[in-house]
Write a protein that binds this ligand. Structure first.
Ligand code: SF4
Length: 329
C-alpha cells in the first residue's frame, strides 16, 4: 500500500474502503513510519502542529449501577477505588483554576452513573456559568445518558461539548455491557447535537473486539459526525470483568490512531485513557496521527506527570493549543 497516496486521496475528500482500513490495521511494522507520515500529512493539513489539551475532573466516582465490563466504577467491579457522590461547585471550580493555570484548553467534568439527576445537573450548570465567566475555558461534560431537557440546560449554561462514548461496535456492545444498549448511547449523542453542543464520542480499544469491529467504530463515529473522538486503549483494572486482558502492543495502537485519522480526517482525535501503559515509549509517535491528549490523571488511574506531557510536546516541536474564549472547539 502506498500510504502517502492514500493520505492524498483522503485529503481530496475520498473515503477509504473497508479493505484499505483493514490494511491500515494490518500494516507491516516496517511500514509503520510511512503509515504515520500519511496520517501526519492529514493531521497537519487540519491542525498544523497544534496539540489540544484536556483535563478531567472526576466529579462523582464509583457507585454506578451499570455493568460496563471495562469500568472500575461499575456494579460488577471489586476494584479498590475512591467512591463519592457529586462534588460541590467549589471543588469543580478549583479544578477549573488548575486547568487554566496549566494552560489546559478544555476542562472535562465527568460523573459516574447511568445518567445525571436533575440535582446533579444543577451543580454542573452553576459551576459552568462561573467557569465561563472567570476562566473562559472550553467545558466538556460527561455525565451519562442525557434527557433532552437536561441537554438544553447544559447548553444554556455554556457547556461547549458533551462526551458520550460509543465505546465499541454495535455488534460487540452486548459483550461489554447489558445494562444499556449501543442505541441508548447513540441516542444521547444525537440529543447532544440537537441541543447544539459539540458531540464528543469515542472508543475503547483492546476489549477483545475484532479488527472489523474497530473499523465499524471509526465508520460509526464518522456517520455520527462526532467532532471529537477519544481513542482509549484498555487499561485492564484488577477487579473488573476484563482484568488480565492484554491484547495490545504499542505498534498496533499507533495503527489504530492512524486508522481513525484516515477515516475521520478533519476531527479532533484524542489519545485517551491507557495511553501511558499501552503506547509506552512510543507515545510521542501517536501525536503524528492524533492532535489531542488528556493531561493529568484519568478517572480512576494515574496519568504520567504533567511535565512529561509538556516535555513530549516540546520535544516533538509541536505547540500547545491554548486560547481561552476564542479557542475553536
Ligand atoms: S462506564 Fe459509566 S455507565 Fe458504565 S459502569 Fe462506568 S460509570 Fe457506569
Amino acid at each position: 500500500m502506498d500510504w502517502l497516496l492514500l493520505a492524498d486521496r483522503v485529503l481530496t475528500g475520498e473515503e477509504i474502503t473497508d479493505d484499505e482500513a483493514l490494511s491500515i490495521l494490518n500494516c507491516p511494522d516496517d511500514e509503520l513510519l510511512l503509515l504515520l507520515q500519511g496520517a501526519y500529512r492529514i493531521r497537519q493539513t487540519y491542525y498544523g502542529n497544534k496539540v489540544k489539551l484536556n483535563m478531567i475532573m472526576n466529579a462523582k466516582s464509583g457507585l454506578c449501577p451499570e455493568n460496563c465490563g471495562y469500568c472500575s466504577q461499575s456494579s460488577l467491579s471489586t476494584a479498590s477505588i475512591p467512591t463519592y457522590k457529586m462534588v460541590n461547585k467549589d471543588t469543580i471550580l478549583q479544578g477549573a483554576k488548575r486547568a487554566y493555570e496549566a494552560k489546559i484548553g478544555t476542562y472535562c467534568i465527568v460523573a459516574s452513573g447511568r445518567g445525571p439527576s436533575d440535582k446533579e445537573i444543577d451543580v454542573v450548570v452553576s459551576a459552568v456559568k462561573e467557569i465561563k465567566e472567570t476562566y473562559g475555558l472550553k467545558v466538556c461534560a460527561c455525565l451519562g445518558i442525557l434527557k433532552p431537557e437536561q441537554a438544553l440546560r447544559l447548553k444554556e449554561a455554556g457547556v461547549d461539548r458533551y462526551n458520550h462514548n460509543i465505546n465499541t461496535s454495535k455488534e460487540h456492545h452486548p459483550y461489554i455491557t447489558t445494562s444499556h444498549t449501543y442505541d441508548d448511547r447513540v441516542r444521547t449523542v444525537e440529543t447532544v447535537k440537537e441541543a447544539g453542543m459539540s458531540p464528543c464520542s469515542g472508543v475503547i480499544i483492546g476489549m477483545k473486539e475484532t479488527k472489523q469491529d474497530v473499523i465499524a467504530m471509526a465508520r460509526s463515529l464518522k456517520a455520527l459526525d462526532a467532532d471529537s473522538i477519544p481513542v482509549n486503549f484498555l487499561h485492564a483494572i484488577d477487579g473488573t470483568p476484563l482484568a488480565g486482558t492484554k491484547d495490545l502492543n504499542p505498534r498496533y495502537c499507533l495503527k489504530v490512531l492512524a486508522l481513525f485519522r484516515y477515516m475521520n480526517p478533519t476531527k479532533e482525535i484524542r489519545i485517551s485513557g491507557g495511553r501511558e501503559v499501552n503506547l509506552r515509549s512510543l507515545q510521542p509517535l501517536g501525536l503524528y496521527a492524533a492532535n489531542s491528549i488528556f493531561v493529568g490523571d484519568y478517572l480512576t488511574t494515574a496519568g504520567q506527570e504533567k511535565h512529561a506531557d509538556f516535555q513530549m510536546i516540546e520535544d516533538l516541536g509541536f505547540d500547545i493549543d491554548f486560547a481561552p474564549a476564542s479557542y475553536a472547539i
